[in-house]
Design a protein around this ligand. Sequence first.
Ligand code: AMP
Length: 227
Amino acid sequence: MDGPMTTPATLILLGPPGAGKGTQARRLSAAFGLVQLSTGDLLRAAVAQQTEAGRAAEAVMTAGGLVGDEIVTAILGERLSAPDCAAGVILDGFPRTTRQAEALDALLAARGQAVTVAISLEVQDQAMIARISGRYTCAACGEGYHDTFKPTQTPGRCDACGSDRMKRRADDKAETVRARLLAYHAETAPLTAYYERLGLLRRLDAMGAIDAIAADLSALIARALKR
Ligand code: AMP
């Protein structure tokens, strides 16, 4: 069991946009008591607040490109320093470049920590465009839905909390999704080799049903946390 002497776990979910990183990270954080850290969420909050970082990131995000490593690493590093992250974290959407992976290693090393495991959610690109273009979330509680694969039981009303405030991401349009997939293959896909070299990579077939993938992921993470 985790005692006070164990160092916080750092789990990484890798995979293209639409692979289910956010959905699964949300479930895993509840199941394992870890904090979900999504640089996409942090950046969208920065854009909404029009902070300096948010203003710098906005145009790139709208175009489906990657925000600069310095900006993203600074935002992530600041969030990682918050006391709640001592429970351990699940990173969803970070790192996305080799430079970010190296920066993360340095951030963790400075705290006497290291990456626990990096899990690659393996999916086919063609399926990702359909998955992403139909998705929406509850603005009140964050529960995720999809027009075809997981609609709300009552149209427009969240199954989890009953709110009728649903939102869609501005960058989930088909043409932007294509740009995001291109950025993924150019910049992020090489990260599997980075973590493979370190002996930290696990691959998981993520084409199936959300519940089945969640079960596989939980088993994999339970094993990784025991070591
Ligand atoms: P996500 O919610 O993870 O799909 O991220 C949405 C957008 O935020 C991406 O398309 C990028 O423009 C930006 N973004 C999020 N995380 C990163 C990151 N680690 N590095 C660079 N850009 C990022």
